[in-house]
Design a protein around this ligand. Structure first.
Ligand SMILES: Cc1cc2nc3c(=O)[nH]c(=O)nc-3n(C[C@H](O)[C@H](O)[C@H](O)COP(=O)(O)O)c2cc1C
Length: 191
């Protein structure tokens, strides 16, 4: 067991993966860690879709690109990151899931008042647990606009009344990942 502080500080969003698959046992362990996250009223409003099917992931990535491109066009001149992401999405053959071997979509029960925060907590548990096992991860928010389409969610097998909150990819990292800039936040102490 590695030190939790070290895990928090060394976890990175991974965008390049080896072909090696993540075992079902490891995915089950990550989901088990997710369910220990705190949740408003302890409602535990999450459900999980595990996608290992390459064809399903490819089609989802294509739908994700189609939905995301029109959202980025109007802001491309005001954000360098948005404009770079737009170029990536428009490049033929790029995969929103960076060829990761598995996608886990955390779904949230729409009736839970704190569903988004709860599922984000569960997501962080999964990403940290993955990191402690040498498995890389990345939250792929870019695919969420496509997942707002009820028919896509239904096709994926989401239970009725649930929405997609956290699409997470997992896999074994290829190469070293640079640490992105981490800004010192403003902190006010009242004593
Ligand atoms: C809500 C959310 C949505 C994100 N969506 C994407 C995405 O669509 N594609 C991507 O490559 N990274 C995405 N990321 C990853 C962030 O870009 C990444 O966490 C950030 O650059 C900081 O890097 P770090 O995770 O290595 O600290 C997302 C992260 C969050 C929390």
């Amino acid at each position: 067991m590695k030190d939790i502080i070290e895990m928090i500080k060394t976890r990175r969003c991974v965008r390049e993966y080896k072909d090696d698959e993540v075992s079902d046992e490891d995915i089950k362990l990550l989901i088990d860690c997710a369910r220990y996250a705190p949740s408003g009223f302890n409602m535990q409003p999450w459900s999980f879709l595990v996608v290992k099917n390459k064809d399903v992931m490819r089609r989802l990535s294509e739908s994700g690109k189609k939905s995301m491109i029109p959202l980025l066009e109007p802001i491309k001149d005001s954000s360098k990151t948005a404009s770079n992401f737009l170029v990536f999405l428009k490049t033929r053959g790029t995969d929103m899931f960076y060829n990761a071997p598995v996608l886990v979509i955390i779904l949230g029960n729409k009736n839970a008042p704190t569903v988004d925060v709860d599922c984000a907590m569960a997501a962080q548990n999964m990403m940290l647990a993955a990191h402690s096992k040498g498995i890389g991860s990345c939250w792929i928010g870019g695919v969420l606009p496509a997942l707002m389409d009820e028919s896509i969610l239904k096709e994926l097998g989401a239970p009725p009344g649930y929405k997609a909150v956290a699409p997470l990819i997992f896999g074994y990292p290829k190469g070293k990942i640079p640490v992105p800039q981490k800004i010192e936040p403003e902190v006010k102490w009242l004593r």
